[in-house]
Design a protein around this ligand. Structure first.
Ligand code: ADP
Ligand code: MG
Length: 239
């Protein structure tokens, strides 16, 4: 079915401690598409990612569906099993837990056979260049670019339906941005929708999104094709 939404968000309102951060956000992502979300710091991009993934301590109203199933009523582990994963803006280090064994266990918890997982892990490691740190503890002692590649590696190996990538390009030099962009391209496919949150448009030089949404003060204020990112960048250059 063409254009079937993998993620559908309607009138999402989110508050923390009585302060409203998301103020009625709508977002629809069809299977097979990459949607970039751009916006200034503080516009609510990470809050959107955290609320969809299921972080607690937010006051949430509105609706969201993951491949047709109501998302906001699910616990965080149910959301992961249902096929939603997030790459974090600030990846956490998990000393003592090896990256490969973590992904293997996560895959098995999601019902994949160990032999299938082994294949997926080695294919994903090759696709995103994660081989050198597969045996190391998660993100422990990795460079900024390696941490971002590690995040994407987990997602490529586990093949969720929706991947939310929160500023995977921030804090990286040009070469690392290109590597991370290549990893995002490896993730792209007909069975996944990708939410690519970015503060800068430079990753979009390497990953052409299907749609671009501009967030401002807790709402999507503009949506368009990839050219919208260029227009924003031009606008910023003149400020
Ligand atoms: P972005 O990712 O677009 O930079 P965030 O979602 O991180 O924006 O933050 C949006 C706004 O919400 C900011 O003003 C931030 O200070 C506020 N905010 C986010 N999380 C919390 C929290 N847990 N408690 C209080 N304020 C928060
Ligand atoms: Mg953020």
């Amino acid at each position: 079915m063409a254009d079937r939404p993998v993620l559908d968000v309607r009138n999402l309102k989110v508050a923390v401690g009585g302060v409203e951060i998301l103020k009625g956000l709508d977002l629809t992502i069809p299977f097979g598409e990459v949607h970039a979300i751009m916006g200034p710091n503080g516009s609510g991009k990470s809050t959107l990612a955290h609320v969809l993934t299921g972080r607690s301590d937010y006051e949430v109203s509105g609706e969201a569906w993951l491949d047709g199933d109501p998302l906001l009523v699910m616990d965080v582990d149910q959301r992961a099993r249902a096929g939603l994963m997030q790459a974090f803006q600030y990846p956490v280090q998990v000393p003592g837990v090896g990256l490969e064994s973590f992904v293997m266990e996560a895959g098995e918890a999601m019902g994949m056979a160990a032999s299938d997982m082994r294949e997926k892990v080695s294919a994903a490691a090759k696709a995103v260049g994660a081989g050198p740190f597969l045996d190391r503890a998660i993100n422990d002692g990795l460079s900024g670019g390696e941490k971002k590649r590690s995040e994407i590696f987990q997602i490529v190996a586990l093949q969720p339906k929706v991947a939310i990538l929160d500023e995977i390009d921030s804090g990286l030099d040009i070469d690392a941005v290109r590597d991370v962009a290549d990893a995002v391209q490896a993730l792209r496919g007909p069975d996944i929708g990708i939410v690519l949150i970015t503060h800068y448009s430079r990753i979009l030089d390497h990953v052409t999104p299907d749609r671009v949404h501009v967030m401002m003060d807790g709402r999507v204020v503009d949506s368009g094709g990839p050219e919208l990112a260029d227009e924003l960048e031009i606008g910023r250059a003149h400020v």
